[in-house]
Design a protein around this ligand. Structure first.
Ligand code: NAX
Length: 333
């Protein structure tokens, strides 16, 4: 048996964590031979709830779960981590602006960035889920200067999966037969779900998405807005933000970081922009198409970008620049 890895989940008493913890603890993400120490962080008022979550994890009688550490202290939570999944934050409620979230969450991610810097392993892989995920991730990067920027990413895999499924439903194929959709930019309604490089497996033949769907107007209109506004649609229906699908996306994201992506496939994740091939401004956490090998991501190079895509990629970059400036202003005020 391998040495256990230490995996932190923040916001561990929340609804995403409730869907996530079982999958991680039973080996769906890091493998069936990888023992795990789960570290669960939440705020003091949530400790009784977290007690219940720990009881349930114990009651699952899982062979890989070596230990569970429950805490409301960052110096305990962030110590010697291999993986940090930063879910805890204030979730977006119906009608709430992302800008309201920036202020509330900036402080949390500054403090957690500092804790990562001070206590975690320098090899720690950090996934930010709590919204606004891209900017929160950028703040954590900035306050953890001793950890390589490449170790940080934010979740846009849920948007990626949503885009895949919308195309799959339209083509009457399983979602796994739809590959290489791209989410560019921010995990917000300015994100650009791009299917210009997407391929659909139609009865064994690889068909370009536009030829498979045969409805350019839909792909350039309603498809994009459906994916962009899916989070809001789920909130409207459930009165709660996405949880089951978010937990599944977190598992997909981390499994790919741990094991790599298949040879000809790429996936979307928010990563640090620095001299990227698509002219996206530096010093943002922007969602790109990436391939992963040896636990290291690389932006997929050489994809043709038409004018339609360019303007949408720029629009979402502009929003991220504004969010960054606002968040940094709040933090330095
Ligand atoms: P919940 O409100 O159910 O849970 C959040 C938990 O975080 C609560 O238990 C709260 O006490 C805890 N928390 C708050 N501040 C904390 C801190 N400083 N340290 C540790 N824990 C803290 O929200 P949930 O539905 O689980 O959503 C969590 C976050 O994920 C939200 O910000 C939400 O907007 C975001 N999402 C991000 C997605 C993405 O694709 N990037 C999709 C799903 C989701 O909307």
């Amino acid at each position: 048996m391998a040495e256990p890895i230490k995996v932190l989940v923040t916001g561990a008493a929340g609804q995403i964590a409730y869907s996530l913890l079982f999958s991680i603890a039973k080996g769906d993400v890091f493998g069936k031979d990888q023992p795990i120490i789960l570290v669960l962080l939440d705020i003091p008022p949530m400790m009784p709830v977290l007690d219940g979550v720990v009881m349930e994890l114990q009651d699952c009688a899982l062979p890989l779960l070596t230990d569970v550490i429950l805490t409301n202290q960052e110096d305990v939570a962030f110590r010697d981590l291999d993986i940090a999944i930063l879910v805890g934050s204030m979730p977006r409620k119906e009608g709430m602006e992302r800008k309201d979230l920036l202020k509330a969450n900036g402080r949390i991610f500054k403090s957690q960035g500092e804790a990562l810097d001070k206590y975690a392993k320098k090899s720690v892989k950090v996934l930010v889920v709590g919204n606004p995920a891209n900017t929160n991730c950028l703040i954590a990067v900035k306050y953890a200067p001793s950890i390589p920027k490449e170790n940080f990413s934010c979740l846009t895999r849920l948007d990626h999966n949503r885009a895949r499924s919308q195309v799959a439903i339209r083509c009457h194929v399983p979602a796994t037969d739809v590959k290489n959709v791209i989410i560019w930019g921010n995990h917000s309604s300015t994100q650009y779900p791009d299917v210009h490089h997407c391929v659909v497996n139609m009865s064994g033949n690889k068909v370009a998405c536009f030829d498979a769907v045969k409805d350019e107007e839909w792909l350039k209109g309603e498809f994009i807005t459906t994916v962009q506004k899916r989070g809001a649609a789920v909130i409207k229906a459930r009165k709660l933000s996405s949880a089951m699908s978010a937990a599944k996306a977190i598992c997909d994201h981390l499994r790919d970081i741990w094991n790599g992506t298949p040879e000809n496939d790429f996936i979307s994740m928010g990563v640090y922009s620095s001299g990227n091939p698509y002219g996206v401004p530096d010093d943002l956490i922007y969602s790109f198409p990436v391939k992963i090998k040896d636990k290291t991501w690389k932006i997929v190079d050489g994809l043709a970008i038409n004018e339609f895509s360019r303007s949408k990629m720029d629009e979402t970059a502009k929003e991220l620049v504004e969010e960054k400036e606002m968040a940094l202003a709040f933090l330095t005020a």
